[in-house]
Design a binder for this molecule. Structure first.
Ligand SMILES: CCCCCCCCCCCC(=O)SCCNC(=O)CCNC(=O)[C@H](O)C(C)(C)COP(=O)(O)OP(=O)(O)OC[C@H]1O[C@@H](n2cnc3c(N)ncnc32)[C@H](O)[C@@H]1OP(=O)(O)O
Length: 190
């Protein structure tokens, strides 16, 4: 893991990357801009090729406590309260997550539920738990570009099985709800 100072830089860089992806996905760049962008990206890919590491040494997604834990795969999730029975926070779907007509892409919603529900299972699990199923009901469109409330609560624990439920709300409007089963891995299972 990076030290505290460089973790701060890394976190800021991830925020920049989110902003970049939002702008890219809502832009209609000129051919010249596309050429320049491609050149810059090729240069950065070559630079990053020089610092590739095994999974357990990487930084992406492993900065616990940071919004989105320092990754850009799922929408930006900020946990504001967490405990053994659940957690709640805010999530913001950017323009990058736009499906159509102002609504977030349906596939981006399970991503964020897997994150918050998985964290609740992990707090309760003695060891790593994996998602066995994740069911999402879409109740109303999920708007992009504003903070939404998201919550997760532990429903039951039966042996290695943790059932966790969640809700995504835009003020009084229920956008989506989810239920997932996490199964604690048997010892020695990868
Ligand atoms: C900073 C870091 C933060 C990190 C925080 C990060 C949070 C993000 C969390 C993300 C987590 C993921 O996305 S994980 C990635 C997506 N998931 C996966 O790849 C999982 C793939 N599936 C598997 O590996 C396996 O099927 C498991 C581990 C889920 C279960 O296998 P197993 O351990 O052999 O257990 P098994 O005997 O099959 O099942 C145990 C019990 O669960 C039940 N069970 C199993 N699957 C199901 C199912 N789909 N639906 C209903 N019930 C099921 C069985 O009937 C049984 O019940 P009974 O007979 O005992 O009553």
């Amino acid at each position: 893991m990076p030290d505290e100072a460089s973790a701060g830089d890394y976190a800021a860089m991830i925020e920049d990357l989110r902003g970049f992806l939002d702008r890219l996905s809502s832009a209609r760049p000129s051919p010249e801009a596309v050429r320049c962008l491609r050149e810059a990206l090729t240069g950065w890919s070559a630079e990053l090729d020089r610092s590739q590491v095994p999974e357990h040494d990487r930084v992406f997604g492993r900065l616990a406590g940071l919004p989105g834990r320092g990754q850009t795969m799922s929408p930006r999730l900020e946990i504001v309260e967490t405990g053994p029975d659940g957690s709640r926070g805010t999530v913001r779907f950017g323009r990058y997550h736009l499906g159509r007509n102002g609504a977030a892409h349906g596939g981006s919603i399970p991503l964020v539920f897997d994150e918050i529900l998985g964290q609740v299972a992990r707090v309760n699990g003695r060891s790593l738990a994996r998602t066995a199923y994740l069911r999402v009901d879409y109740r109303s469109i999920t708007p992009i570009d504003r903070d939404l409330e998201i919550s997760a609560r532990l429903v039951s624990v039966t042996g290695r099985k943790y059932v966790v439920a969640g809700e995504l709300r835009d003020g009084p409007v229920l956008c989506a709800e989810a239920e997932a089963l996490f199964v604690e891995l048997r010892p020695g299972r990868p």
